[in-house]
Write a protein that binds this ligand. Structure first.
Ligand SMILES: [Zn+2]
Length: 524
């Protein structure tokens, strides 16, 4: 959590950190770095607040550094801030690269050794367990391996319980991690750990290699958050260690299979709290990690999932997605129909109609894969349902900018024989239109009262025409019992949005009835 908080663009509130700590505890993480009390006074609040929460598997540890040069540990504010947190275990980092000692700290190699030694001794003297992070160890080893080893041996003698070899700049290749960890392990009595940054895209590979060479303590972050390109992603490291390398008892000697089923969910949760968009391509936990698009792939997957999957997505709490796309065939249309509770016969004309419609839409620039309601509507239309309990006969928006901004929207909606006219102001044209539409619809359909728009995105489909380009609107809706999404495209941004809005409200109005009906039907 400490390294994750150093991610560009991420700022955790106190509550975020408390919530994440509890999720990490559920996952069974052994140690959670709660913060760096010496560098950030806000972190001290966390150590106070977390004491009131009981954790089952995790121990909260505080992070800091060796003392400053030329003073005694007792006078060092960072070491004393660590004591104030009242944790049982602390992590301190110290320099193991001569370049950092002489050119950054501007001190001597001997003084740095003393800093490592007496800082650890000071903390041990206050009954703390000490994990020592050997910062820049791999670069240090490549520069002056004798000195790098001297530093970690000093930490070992001073009583560190784990010595963590850090690839702080993230530039080390996996083959070098292998030889350096092997060589270092042979020199130390104490267990060793690994802390890898991802600047070469190798953080996970390097972490796994270190484990193969005997590291028994792994540091990482959820979703690979962290400084620059981030740290080793626990969402990749944990399933690899457990399912592929056979380390079955990662956590407090408990089998972890159950906890790892929480991995996709904790990944999403951390994205949500950090306000970062989830990475759909993230291995194991990403939305596309087990999504199949090609017709040949889908055909094979339906026969035997292992044909195109490296593991069962269920084990990490993810799920298989068979996307309907221009490549897909009848089998995937039928499979998609099942998702909506519709059983289609292989020979059914509905399958052809749906396939034709999807191909036509995709050629126009639609991405329908995320818009479940739009896909469902395609099926229902092909099955001959009347989809719209209302008809928007007219809509208009206007935006004026003078000394002030003024935007209004108006709609004319026909429900049965009744024609309703409503107008509203709004923040922008889409908002004004939505407000007017809701006003009209709520008169006849009060059940839409609790429907909220939770996501609204507009993407340019083809930018060649500049501001006259086709755009795709994507809207997510939610009410007390359902969440659904629609999409529409147009070369008019407001029209695309209006179409997606209208489909979204119509879908909510018809879906309960239709679900009841399609459930009892077979073989359309
Ligand atoms: Zn780091």
């Amino acid at each position: 959590m400490r390294d994750g908080a150093q991610t560009h663009g991420v700022s955790f509130s106190l509550q975020d950190k408390l919530s994440i700590a509890q999720r990490l505890d559920d996952l069974g993480v052994r140690y959670i770095e709660g913060g760096w009390p010496g560098s950030n006074p806000k972190d001290m609040e966390f150590f106070k607040a977390i004491k009131k929460i009981s954790l089952e598997d995790s121990e909260i540890v505080a992070f800091g550094s060796t003392r400053k040069k030329d003073i005694t540990p007792k006078k060092d504010s960072i070491l004393n801030a660590l004591l104030e947190t009242e944790v049982k275990t602390v992590v301190i980092f110290g320099k193991s690269w001569d370049l950092h000692v002489t050119e950054v700290l501007h001190t001597t190699l001997d003084e740095n050794l003393r800093m490592v030694e007496d800082s650890i001794e000071y903390l041990k003297g206050h009954n703390l367990n000490v994990i020592f992070d050997a910062e820049h160890f791999f670069d240090g080893f490549k520069g002056d391996y004798e000195y790098a080893l001297e530093v970690v041996k000093k930490a070992d003698e001073a009583g560190a319980q784990v010595i963590v070899l850090c690839d702080t700049n993230g530039g080390t290749l996996t083959s070098d991690v292998q030889s350096i960890v092997k060589r270092t392990k042979a020199e130390l009595k104490v267990p060793i750990g690994i802390h890898c940054h991802n600047d070469s895209g190798l953080a996970t590979a390097n972490t796994l290699m270190a484990v193969l060479e005997g590291a028994s303590h792994v540091q990482g972050t959820i979703n690979g958050l962290g400084e620059r390109c981030g740290n080793a992603d626990l969402c990749q490291v944990l399933p690899a260690l457990h399912f592929k390398m056979g380390l079955r008892n990662l956590i407090n000697n408990k089998p972890v299979s159950e906890q790892l089923k929480d991995l996709s969910s904790i990944s999403k949760y951390v994205y949500e709290l950090t306000n970062l968009p989830p990475n759909p391509y993230q291995p194991y936990v990403g939305k596309n990690a087990f999504a199949h698009k090609g017709g040949v792939h889908i055909d094979a997957i339906l026969k035997q999932p292992r044909a195109y999957e490296h593991m069962d997505p269920f084990l990490v709490g993810n799920r298989r997605e068979l996307s309907i796309s221009e490549l897909s065939g009848r089998a995937s249309v039928m499979n998609m129909a099942l998702r909506f509770g519709i059983k289609l016969d292989k020979q059914s004309q509905v399958v052809d109609k749906v396939l034709d419609e999807i191909k036509r839409m995709e050629a126009q620039g639609y991405h329908i894969e995320d818009a479940d309601a739009t896909v469902h509507l395609i099926f229902l239309k092909a099955m001959g349902y009347n989809l719209y309990p209302f008809k928007v006969q007219l809509w208009r928006v206007s935006t004026m900018k003078n000394d002030f901004k003024f935007t209004s929207g108006e709609v004319m909606v026909k429900v049965g024989d009744e024609v309703l006219y409503e107008a509203s102001t709004g923040v922008g044209p889409v908002h004004a239109l939505d407000q007017a539409l809701r006003k009209a619809l709520l008169k006849c359909f009060p059940q839409l009262k609790n429907v909220n728009l939770i996501n609204y995105k507009v993407t340019v489909v083809d930018s060649a025409s500049g501001t006259a380009s086709t755009v795709r609107a994507f809207i997510e809706f939610k009410d007390d019992s359902l969440q659904w999404a629609t999409t529409a495209i147009s070369d008019n941004i407001i029209e695309a949005s209006a179409m997606a809005l209208i489909d979204g409200y119509a879908y909510r109005l018809i879906i309960d009835e239709i679900k009841k009906y399609t459930k009892n039907q077979e073989n359309f």
